[in-house]
Ligand binder design. Structure first.
Ligand SMILES: Nc1ncnc2c1ncn2[C@@H]1O[C@H](COP(=O)(O)OP(=O)(O)OP(=O)(O)O)[C@@H](O)[C@H]1O
Length: 614
């Protein structure tokens, strides 16, 4: 059955989307919002009607005297007006407080929806998809005052109340002339619709500039963030950044600014329609009153209704609706889109996996959105419990084959199997708990050192003994003890008592994180250039302990340093996305192929007196 919501105008769809989200955020506050809106809409109409009746009753009471039934009626009407006004005054602040909290909760909820949606797919390809990144930018803006869908929630009572009031007022006017009430009923939605269409155009234009504004924000952050600060100052790029930011920002904001300019046709059309309908309404009321066709009470009621009918579609609240119309459906559709990519629950992964081997068979791989195969039919067997070193030129595909092993991407051809089972059919989370990787571009978490290490297996992060063992294996136990707050020291200068580490110290922290994952049960250890930032002594130390570190594990070591590579049980040379040589150090030297050539080349550079022993 076709969904009738598909035919709604976008703003209405946005409002419906927000309304659907509300009960998921808080049922009681949603109920309060609904009740408050109805009460806020009905009360002013009630006040207008009762005030009209009051005005009509006063001359009769004045004529009949203080003890007359007419005077009693005035008294009752007075009490009714007072109660209604009191209720109206009480409802408004209560409602405002409730929706303000609800609005903030909606912002939080939508951010959480996207955070979990982004974590759902099996790999990380979606995080590099520009269309996803553009929509993620909206999520980053969700907490900002300019783009909060929560503002829509906060505006809803005002907007819905004014709409309900306008409908109620139009209904009251039908008592005067049925066609006049109908005219108001038709004209005001058309004006609201056209205004919303304009607001929405601006919002969509803003979204369309997401990529441009993302670049501007990136350039701005280069000037604001501490990590690039050194280079920015060294090269004197600050002025360049400011100019570039200005150019990108103007280019992004220009179309939004142009879309925001009021369109004379729209403004004139709406103003004329409002003017004409008001002139007709007040003119007819005045004419009827002068002719004596209306009582004083009826005149007061109809004038009050006209005033209320004019109160719709003014104020910023209506602009906020378009925030929801643009952002909320996009956020929810992003969730739906990524849910389609969700990891199927795969086969369980035993605690001793891999027990036999990891096998790459004719693996082809091309990064999403690119034209070139990075792996071009890679065959490789990694026996369980052994160490394999991978060497090769920059860009040969070494790190890429590790990313496939960790399940961040799926091969575009061929197959990777673990103990004979296709990697793609394993439960991705369970498999990743078996794999510990020290990435070449590891993350420096601005968190306490205990978290920096514990994040290797968050479910064990409170295990002090395990943390200490991992730190000791990575050779940073003493360093941690010497920090100002020991294990609780935040690894960032941006916090009081925080400490930044040297490149080599950071690398050891990252190694400790990988070792913590090993302590927690990972069986495959991948070290991608683990000594890149280490000094000579630390590197020597690391490799002295290499056998100890890798004992019982299936280890993949990627390195350009042949002195360390040779310690591995087997070595594979990767070139152009495939393995061109594989074997032990001695075998490969005997083969006198690529490996032997590179080994001798490096050895010559480091051995001043002719030796080849790197
Ligand atoms: N996320 C990505 N999207 C698109 N292309 C990528 C991505 N990551 C890497 N590449 C490309 O894949 C190719 C192989 O990169 P990879 O990092 O696997 O090489 P590598 O052998 O590890 O190199 P190095 O020794 O320099 O670390 C390179 O040409 C690189 O540009």
């Amino acid at each position: 059955m076709p969904n009738p919501l598909h035919n709604l105008p976008p703003t209405a769809k946005g409002i419906v989307a927000v309304l659907r989200v509300l009960p998921r955020v808080s049922r009681p506050r949603t109920a309060l919002l609904a009740g408050g809106v109805v009460v806020s809409a009905v009360l002013p109409i009630g006040i207008a009607v009762v005030t009209g009746l009051l005005i009509g009753a006063i001359p009769i009471a004045a004529r009949d005297g203080a003890d007359s039934p007419a005077a009693d009626r005035v008294g009752t009407l007075l009490i009714a007006v007072a109660i209604a006004i009191l209720l109206e005054r009480l409802t408004s602040p209560l409602l405002r407080a409730a929706v303000s909290t609800l609005g903030r909760d909606v912002d939080r909820y939508l951010q959480e929806v996207v955070l979990s949606a982004l974590a759902r797919p099996r790999g990380i390809a979606h995080l590099e998809d520009p269309s996803v990144i553009d929509e993620v930018r909206i999520v980053r803006g969700l907490g900002m005052s300019a783009h909060r869908p929560g503002q829509t929630v906060e505006a809803l009572p005002e907007v819905l109340t004014s709409w309900l009031r306008a409908i109620g007022s139009a209904a009251v006017l039908t008592w005067f002339h049925w066609w006049l009430g109908l005219l108001w009923l038709v004209v005001w939605p058309i004006i609201v619709y056209r205004m919303q269409r304009d607001y929405l155009r601006v919002g969509e234009e803003g979204f369309g500039q997401s990529a441009q504004l993302r670049q501007a924000e990136y350039v701005r952050d280069l000037a604001l963030d501490p990590p690039p600060a050194k280079e920015i100052r060294l090269w004197g790029v600050l002025d360049w950044l400011v100019t570039r930011f200005d150019t990108l920002w103007q280019a992004g904001i220009g179309p939004i600014r142009r879309a925001r300019r009021p369109r004379p046709g729209m403004v004139l059309g709406s103003a004329s329609a409002i003017l004409v309908i008001n002139v007709v309404s007040y003119g007819l009321l005045a004419y009827a009153a002068v002719r004596g066709d209306l009582t004083l009470a009826a005149l007061a009621v109809f004038v009050g209704a006209l005033a209320d009918a004019n109160e719709y579609a003014v104020g910023d609240e209506h602009l906020y609706l378009s925030n929801a119309a643009v952002t909320v459906p996009k956020v929810l559709s992003l969730e739906k889109r990524l849910a389609g990519d969700s990891a199927e629950p795969g086969l369980p992964v035993g605690a001793d996996v891999p027990a036999q081997e990891i096998r790459y068979e004719g693996v082809l791989f091309r990064y999403p959105g690119t034209e070139r195969d990075v792996l071009t039919g890679l065959d490789l067997v990694i026996p369980a419990g052994q160490s394999l070193a991978i060497v090769g030129d920059n860009g040969a595909g070494k790190t890429s084959l590790v990313k496939l092993l960790a399940g961040f991407y799926e091969p575009t051809g061929g197959k990777i199997s673990v103990d004979g089972t296709d990697l793609a059919s394993l439960d991705p989370e369970a498999w990743r708990r078996r794999v510990a990787v020290l990435f070449q571009d590891f993350t420096r978490y601005h968190l306490p050192v205990r978290d920096n290490i514990g994040l290797g297996a968050p479910e064990h992060a409170g295990d002090e003994d395990m943390l200490r063992r991992a730190a000791a294996r990575a050779g940073i136990g003493d360093l941690i003890e010497s920090l100002p707050n020991g294990w609780d020291t935040v690894l960032s200068q941006a916090y009081t008592d925080g400490v930044d580490l040297s490149g080599g110290q950071w690398q050891r922290v990252a190694l400790a994180r990988a070792m913590f994952a090993v302590e927690a049960g990972a069986k495959v250890l991948v070290l991608d250039e683990p000594a890149a930032a280490l000094d000579v002594r630390a590197e020597a130390e690391l490799y002295e302990r290499f056998l100890d570190l890798t004992q019982g594990l299936t280890t993949i070591l990627i390195s350009h340093r042949f002195s360390t590579v040779r310690r591995a049980d087997r070595i594979a040379v990767v070139s152009g996305g495939r393995v061109i040589e594989a074997g032990g150090h001695d075998d490969l030297m005997d083969q006198d192929g690529r490996y032997a050539h590179l080994f001798r080349l490096q050895a010559e550079r480091f051995q001043p007196v002719g030796g080849t022993d790197a």
